[in-house]
Design a protein around this ligand. Structure first.
Ligand SMILES: [Zn+2]
Ligand SMILES: [Zn+2]
Length: 130
């Protein structure tokens, strides 16, 4: 069970399962959308992801025909991404989760395109791409 919220607190959500497939992605898209060295994202089943408030405060950014990113239109916090061809899963942004995360982080991906100032200092598996 997890809870999360955006920076301004208008968008609040809860997750009623363990988060799976947690990765740290260093690709240029994730860096730009997070404004950071990498994004830490994980999967939950969409049926286990429920908004407690502020769902209508989300803006959808259609990155392409399949992928949409959702962020708070007041504070800009990235909440989640969804794929049209895989609607049963929601990809959550772990930085917006306020409860402790004990789930294991599986890997770093797209390390070949990481920022030149980004130094990976842990022992988690690294993949140059996926
Ligand atoms: Zn907000
Ligand atoms: Zn990425």
């Amino acid at each position: 069970m997890h809870q999360g919220e955006c920076l301004c607190g208008k968008v609040k959500f809860q997750i009623t399962q363990k988060i799976t497939d947690i990765i740290m992605c260093h690709c240029s898209e994730c860096r730009r959308v997070q404004g950071s060295a990498f994004a830490t994202n994980g999967n939950v089943e969409s049926k286990n992801f429920k908004f407690l408030s502020g769902e209508n405060n989300l803006t959808e950014f259609k990155e392409n025909n399949n992928k949409s990113r959702f962020f708070c239109c007041s504070c800009g916090a990235p909440i989640m991404a969804k794929l049209k061809n895989n609607p049963d899963y929601t990809r959550v942004r772990l930085g917006t989760i306020t409860t402790d995360i004990d789930e294991m982080i599986e890997k770093h991906i797209f390390t070949a395109s990481k920022a030149n100032w980004d130094t990976i200092c842990d022992n988690i598996t690294q993949h140059k791409e996926w």
